[in-house]
Design a protein around this ligand. Sequence first.
Ligand SMILES: [Zn+2]
Length: 487
Amino acid sequence: MPWAQMLTNKYLTPARLRGETRNQTASCIWRACKVGGIVFNKGLKWSIANGDKVCLWNDFWLPSGPLRNLIEGPLAEGENWLSVKSFLANMERISFILPHRIVQEIRGIPAVADPNQEDVLVWDFSKDGSFSLKSAYLIAKGFNILNLETSPHQWVWKASTSRRIKFFLWLCTHHSVPTKEVLGSRGLNLDPTCELCGESPESILHTLRDCKVAKSVWKDLGIEEGKLEFFGLNLDVWLKNKCGMTSMYPRPRVPWKILFPQVVWTLWLHRNKAIFQTGKIEEGTSACCIKKGVEFYAIVPNGPNKPRRTQVQVRCLKPPSGWTKLNTDGSVLGNPMKAGGGGLLRCSNGEWLAGFTHKLGNMSSTVAELWALKDGLNMAKQLGIDNICVEMDAEFIVFLVSSPSVVNLMLEPLLTDCRNLIKTFPNHTMTHVFREANGCADCLARMGAALNHDFDVHLLYNPPDVVVDLLAIEKAGTAYCNRLIVS
Ligand SMILES: [Zn+2]
């Protein structure tokens, strides 16, 4: 972009980078870039390909953060600038004994097939590694974006209501609804008394719950005045608690968590209408809220009109004559996490050809799935197979591997390896199957995860005990199980 180039040429000069011109003036855009740059750097992580560009100790390339922050004490001479590449070539060469957990994380970094593939910088706070302004904003605000529950008002966006009402609730939790009390606290000189009842200051809680106008609506809906678990709570707790209620309003049946935000919003609207337009509160506020609540309940997913589900028979199908079928699966079990991959090749009569199981390091299940796919394709390659149909139960991976234009830096370099590998088969297909039809691969992946020390791919020339029975059932082709799918 031209403007980015202009800024780079103007400000990223050697003199400026050395700090010689520290107190020179800068445009406000550049000053903002410098502030944003700190946040940007926090989210940048290396995705390792050949490991050449990345500094072992100081760069951020492991899930837990820069290695130097995870260990204490001085490094041996010459170790400071060691690259990840030279470290991975010989992990024994460093003077530290790394903790088991970190070793497992390092083992979870896939080795790249092409030694010339360069490491890339990715944005660590998104699913596909691309930068997102939203996550950067949250980091700048000091939220732990890996665990957004630390932000106290996140529940608002999950409330069972329309976007407009969610936004209103968000304003309430940030004390930004323009009631007289809020306006007064911002320096406006006005009488804070509620215009409808004239009894108390017009706070947010007063308008939505404690004003006699609001109380009569709540009473219509069956909430008795003075009920402590309703009228005794402060604003934040009251909103959060009541938007999460699991009980139902009885007649007509509407979940309270849908009805409540509707009432709060309608109270606010009717109040404004009375004060600024009509001079009196409309009749039938509670009936109006119930009507809107019922409407909303009817259209939301999981409401009374749930999507129709139909039953389908799921069975493991044999490949066409002359084709070989590869099923793979990845599995992540337990705490601390144990990941494994597994898969098997079958000929067109359903007979076992070969299989593998692989203990993997610490990683997400998506990475384990991809890793297993790569192992399985490599195995098929070694066996000289030409016509291969690949089946996996991870729909997302099937989509990614078969859509070369979709970029996902987080899953590199495995994704590129898999895309390249599958192309080397003269005839290939790749399909998603339901978990029930991928049972043998699942057993082998679990077996891999449960292995103790070994870290290499175990090739299995004969089916292990864990899959023998299932294999025979699938070969016979008679068994199936039923699954409900959304139609
Ligand atoms: Zn009032």
